[in-house]
Design a protein around this ligand. Structure first.
Ligand code: COA
Length: 215
């Protein structure tokens, strides 16, 4: 039995809670205990078991595992720094793999990884800690994600691509094979990325063009 608490709330967190419920329906031995959240006492009928900034995770029993769900496209690095500041040991995080996801046995997953419905992970892919891939997204062979990478629904990432720390791949976008997408860069939804993306660049359109640099 895996007891799980989500660090986050409505939106990202409730979507992941739904995936946990799907896992349970398919017979996976999960018990979803609720959320760590600073602003609410109950979320979608689930309890809030403590606050994030109070370090309330420390009071939870050792067998409780966590999932990070505070993603916010425009405050990505701040949210990631908040998670790091909690100093939660790696072995207290779990992975949530939706039963419909197809994950190559030749791939490697870090901790805190979330794979949503119909995600496809190709052979020899390495997914870094807290990488989250949303419904129907794809990542090609020999690609690497570093930490805290967000891949939106229906995004298609080619083979031998590197997605650096905190990069955000927008929904319905495509990334050409062999490219590097820089730290905390953002690929806008529906974009087609044909060149390497530098850290913090925001790229939109087809062909993808840089519209600004953030962070
Ligand atoms: C790229 C993005 C972050 C830009 O947001 P923003 O910084 O608020 O930028 P703005 O909305 O002010 O847009 C700036 C310009 O880029 C254009 N633009 C924004 N996103 C675009 C996109 N995805 N494709 C093409 N053009 C886009 C806007 O039309 C605007 O053009 P204009 O100056 O000629 O009017 C946002 O549009 C986006 O695509 N987010 C991804 C959302 C996503 O994938 N969510 C996943 C949830 S699962």
């Amino acid at each position: 039995m895996e007891k799980v608490v989500i660090i986050g709330g409505r939106g990202n967190g409730t979507v992941i809670a739904s995936a946990i419920e799907d896992c349970k329906l398919q017979g996976k031995d999960f018990e979803f205990l609720g959320f760590l959240n600073d602003n609410e006492v109950e979320i979608n009928g689930y309890p809030v078991v403590g606050k994030i900034r109070n370090n309330d995770w420390i009071a939870l029993p050792k067998e409780v595992k966590f999932i990070y769900a505070m993603s916010n496209i425009k405050q990505a690095s701040e949210r990631h720094n908040l998670l790091k500041s909690l100093n939660i040991p790696d072995d207290r995080f779990t992975n949530i793999i939706h039963p419909s996801a197809v994950v190559s046995t030749k791939s490697k997953l870090g901790i805190g990884v979330v794979l949503m419905p119909y995600v496809l992970i190709s052979p020899d892919v390495v997914l870094g800690n807290h990488t989250q891939m949303y419904a129907q997204s794809f990542i090609g062979h020999d690609s690497i994600t570093e930490e805290m990478v967000f891949v939106g629904n229906n995004a298609s990432v080619g083979g031998r691509v590197t997605l650096k720390n905190g990069s955000h791949i927008g929904s319905n976008s495509s990334v050409l094979e062999r490219l590097t997408v820089g730290e905390y860069s953002i690929i806008g939804l529906g974009s087609v990325v044909l060149k390497d993306v530098k850290p913090g660049e925001v790229v939109v359109g087809n062909p993808g063009k840089v519209i600004k640099t953030i962070h």
